[in-house]
Design a protein around this ligand. Structure first.
Ligand SMILES: [Zn+2]
Length: 280
């Protein structure tokens, strides 16, 4: 196994909704925390429409999900959690978001951005696409000193983020698998804090439970199901990489204004096999 560099890295996870890290990357981020890196989280919306219940207002849902997000992030050991309060599923203005995210990449001196793969096939949620795309752009463009010059005050400087880790249902075969055996318990416990997510899982696994009206007993059942779902996803991904449990990513090194993948893309264009995934 390759051990991460001993240099302390600043990791910025940029997501659309409070529960977005739960399935795809919380185990990896928690492992980086264990290894001494700083992880901060930017959540671009409150996730205020992410429920099928109609006995709650958007304000109720926003408050509840923020509480769940902070509890989950505390458990995972993340430093700061910032919510940008764009409208959930309201189509975020990409230009506004990109400027905010460039500022935050500079402010947190983010060496590594973790976000949704905005090029994933069949991704229907506009927030995942816009957030993933703008987060990737922010990582690649924050180094340009003439971009958003008004941000360059009070010790905020251009910053060259060196890697973008794309998560989710990827638009490309994974090129990185991370062993999450030391953090799987934390990942599962953190994910189970998101009640609305558990309720929505009823649609997949418990057709007899109405996700708009889940009793306490039913929530317990859904919690057990989510618990085993998270473990089986981790072990199915792990098997691909010869690990017990893992998360998968498509990692791109960045240069200002680009992903540094010219050789790899050229090789693939010429019909060569994709690079062998790295195991971390
Ligand atoms: Zn989401």
């Amino acid at each position: 196994m390759i051990i991460f560099t001993s240099n302390n890295l600043n990791v910025l996870a940029i997501i659309a909704h409070p529960d977005d890290l739960s399935f795809f990357s919380a185990g990896t981020l928690a492992r980086w925390v264990e290894e001494g890196h700083d992880v901060n989280v930017i959540c671009c919306t409150n996730g205020e429409v992410g429920t099928l219940r109609n006995d709650l207002t958007k304000e109720d849902v926003a408050k509840k999900r923020e509480k769940e997000l902070r509890a989950s992030n505390n458990l995972l050991g993340f430093k700061e959690t910032l919510i940008l309060e764009h409208s959930d599923a309201g189509f975020i203005n990409p230009a506004v978001l990109r400027k905010e995210l460039v500022y935050l990449v500079r402010k947190y001196k983010a060496d590594r951005v973790v976000t949704f793969d905005p090029w994933a096939k069949y991704e229907v949620h506009p927030d995942h696409v816009v957030v993933g795309r703008m987060a990737a752009e922010a990582g690649a463009f924050a180094a340009f000193p003439l971009l958003y010059q008004d941000q360059l005050v009070d010790g905020v400087d251009p910053y060259a983020c060196s890697e973008i880790w794309l998560m989710g249902l990827l638009g490309h075969y994974p090129n990185a698998f991370v062993d999450i055996s030391s953090t799987l318990e934390k990942k599962v416990n953190a994910a189970l804090k998101f009640e609305a997510t558990l309720e929505l899982l009823a649609e997949l696994f418990s057709p007899n439970i109405d996700p708009a009206n889940v009793s306490e007993k039913q929530l317990k059942k859904l919690t057990r199901q989510a618990n085993s779902l998270l473990r089986s996803i981790a072990s199915v991904i792990g098997k691909k990489a010869g690990l017990e449990v893992a998360e998968a990513f498509y990692v791109q090194k960045t240069l200002p204004g680009h992903f540094d993948n010219f050789q790899q893309l050229m090789a693939e264009m010429l019909g060569n096999a994709p690079e062998k995934p790295k195991i971390y």
